[in-house]
Ligand binder design. Structure first.
Ligand SMILES: [Zn+2]
Length: 656
């Protein structure tokens, strides 16, 4: 591990917090030091208050802030003397401690100070850096871990046994630090938790952290426990319906829908097939810090019921020792190790799924290195429980409120690169769904760069292309809950006697047959949607009120409408509902070129302007209006409705 310090870069970070922000970001850049909001840093500054008096302020990372991207405002200023004194109290509950930190923060609107603030306060040094370094975890969670740590660092670090983060840990360190610390002390190692470094200057403190962790890495290398690449294994063919079934069962166990990502990269797959996986994956997490996101253990294989039973007994066994009553969390796994899928990660959002994947990738390395040192030794499940059911975590859950309406669900939208399809993608994203956009336009792939959107190039008239894309999207998000059949073409206006065979076939191929193919391919997946499958068909006003010159278009949309009605009849028993929207005069879409607009206006003997607002409400109908209703049709308002046809057209006198 190398120091990333760069003088030119450092010079850009000005002000009293500049060096603190800079080296915090340097720590955050290295995933083997801190992951997803883990770790924290602080600086003690002397400042004048409004009365001109000197005050010592501890600027400490705000809870939930990420070191990699932290700004000065991400640090909470707390009264150092007061906070330091707290650690000398004989007892303090963690909720009380959080209250004291909040009431002794000196800036309105500052983030809540880290729950590890007291640890920073009791250390006498100006700069304090704290990470959950993988290399240190590997060593402390191996046989004679504590002795190895003492051998590596000698009197350069203070060694603290495992105690859960919070008041008790800080109070213990406040007593123990002065006993162990000497002239050479530059750090503190918390067994099964992480490392502290400290110094008078930001750069020195940061570089001491790099040095301490490098020593751990060198030790692992000397013990032949550094390179732990797993042997390559052959990837199995992905079976999307099996993955969707697994996601269905895990969601049912959770009591709410979860996304699922199957990652068969070599490391995950090889670990899932490791001859000793039953032992090494089931001993415990790398650090209790992760359990709130990952649950203590991954599920081995796909027996969700057995996992839930084991989780319940872990809860009941440990809740007896808890100081206050605990409420059991859902019993569903957040990770599964499967010889075919590799790692299946579950979460309520795409971001959560990514975090679970990252945490377990690091856990695997920590485990394998400890194994190479003589055997992975995880913390006792009593400690794991204490962290998972910490009253601060339970309070956070109570405050969390209800999730977005489509959290944990997947919406697939055809023709999503523009117009109504793109607006639908936005409407579903706003409601918390993971969205897959299918389009023949390659622009779909880069429409948005966000974890909850996947854009795939698809020829909807080609079964092979549909199958291939369904494999990709199920691997990525776990299934299909909602399907918006939006893609369509509007052939140029022709009187019936002038419609070419090709134009007719194109309209039927894209507007009817492609939708049939997508529905057929998605049926098994929609059936496995944890909250029931939903389809919204973007029909047309032309179904109830066809227009002259639009023979191919009107006939194709009417055929699609009839197909949807039959689907409602056939698929109701599978819990799949299908409803149709009939938009009209939505002019902010690619279909409506100036030429099409002029020719349609002419067909009705109207000017373009008259034609645009030719509805009872004399209103504009936009893509967004249609998209919002499409999303609502998949939500609870329409839970008992199937085979409905709803106009979105401002009111049409030929339809009422
Ligand atoms: Zn920590």
């Amino acid at each position: 591990m190398k120091s990333l310090w760069n003088d030119a870069e450092a010079a850009q970070f000005r002000g009293p917090l500049g060096p603190r922000v800079y080296t915090s970001r340097l720590l955050g850049r290295d995933r083997s030091l801190v992951l997803h909001g883990g770790g924290n840093t602080s600086v003690k500054l002397r400042e004048k208050n409004l009365f001109g008096e000197d005050e010592e302020i501890l600027y400490v990372k705000g809870s939930g802030r990420d070191l990699e991207t932290i700004e000065p405002a991400g640090f909470a200023p707390v009264e150092l003397d007061y906070v330091r004194r707290l650690a000398s109290l004989p007892a303090l509950s963690d909720p009380q401690m959080v209250n004291e930190l909040a009431t002794h923060t000196l800036r309105a609107g500052a983030p809540a100070p880290s729950v590890e603030t007291l640890l920073h306060a009791i250390l006498p040094h100006k700069y304090v850096d704290h990470t959950h370094a993988d290399a240190v975890l590997s060593i402390s969670n191996s046989p004679d871990g504590e002795k190895r740590i003492r051998d590596i660092y000698g009197d350069r670090v203070v060694v603290i046994p495992y105690i859960m983060a919070g008041f008790d840990l800080a109070a213990y360190c406040a007593r123990e630090f002065p006993k162990q610390a000497g002239k050479r002390t530059v750090g503190m190692m918390l067994l099964s938790h992480g490392a502290f470094s400290f110094a008078a200057e930001a750069r020195e403190s940061y570089e001491l952290m790099i040095e301490l962790v490098s020593l751990a890495e060198k030790y692992l290398a000397a013990q032949k426990a550094w390179s732990v690449a797993l042997p390559p294994v052959a990837v199995s063919a992905f079976k999307r319906e099996e993955a969707a079934k697994l996601r269905n069962e895990v969601s049912k166990a959770a009591g709410f829908p979860l996304l699922c990502r199957c990652n068969d990269s070599i490391n995950f797959l090889s670990f899932a097939r490791h001859p000793d996986v039953a032992h090494i994956s089931q001993s415990g997490p790398a650090t209790p810090d992760h359990v709130i996101r990952t649950k203590p253990l991954p599920m081995l294989g796909r027996d969700v019921a057995a996992f839930s039973t084991a989780y319940r007994s872990y809860f009941h066994k440990n809740e007896k020792n808890a100081k206050e009553r605990k409420t059991i969390l859902d019993t569903a796994p957040r990770m599964a190790l499967d010889p075919q899928f590799g790692l299946a990660a579950f979460g309520r959002s795409a971001e959560d799924v990514g975090i679970v994947e990252d945490l377990y990738a690091h856990t695997i390395e920590v485990i394998l290195r400890a194994e190479a040192l003589g055997g992975w030794q995880a913390l006792d499940d009593r400690h794991v429980f204490e962290s998972e059911y910490w009253d601060l975590q339970q309070a956070k859950l109570e405050r969390a409120g209800s999730p977005a309406v489509f959290a944990g669900e997947v919406a697939v939208i055809t023709g999503a690169a523009s117009g109504i399809g793109k607006a639908c993608a936005e409407a579903f994203l706003r409601r918390g769904a993971a969205v897959v956009g299918l389009d023949r336009n390659p622009a779909i792939e880069s429409l948005w760069k966000r974890a909850d959107f996947l854009g795939l190039v698809c020829d909807l008239t080609d079964v092979k292309s549909i199958q291939k894309n369904l494999d990709s999207l199920v691997k990525h998000f776990g299934g299909v809950d909602m399907l918006v059949l939006n893609a369509g073409i509007f052939p140029s206006s022709q009187a019936i006697q002038d419609i070419s065979a090709q134009m007719w076939r194109d309209a039927m191929s894209v507007n009817v047959e492609a939708n049939l193919l997508v529905m057929q391919a998605c049926h098994a997946l929609l059936k496995l949607a944890p909250s029931g499958g939903r389809i919204v068909v973007i029909g047309s006003k032309n179904v109830p009120a066809p227009g002259p010159g639009a023979g191919a278009y009107s006939a194709s949309k009417a055929a699609l409408n009839q197909l949807a009605r039959v689907a409602a009849l056939e698929w109701g028993k599978d819990g799949i509902r299908i409803n149709t929207l009939h938009p009209n005069a939505v002019y902010d879409t690619a279909l409506w070129t100036d030429e099409v607009l002029a020719s349609r206006a002419k067909a009705y003997n109207l000017s373009v302007e008259q034609y645009k607002k030719n509805n009872l409400l004399k209103t504009d109908v936009t893509s967004k209006d249609v998209a919002e209703l499409a999303a609502e049709m998949c939500g609870p308002l329409f839970a008992k409705t199937t085979a409905a046809q709803v106009p979105v057209d401002g009111g049409n006198e030929r339809v009422v």
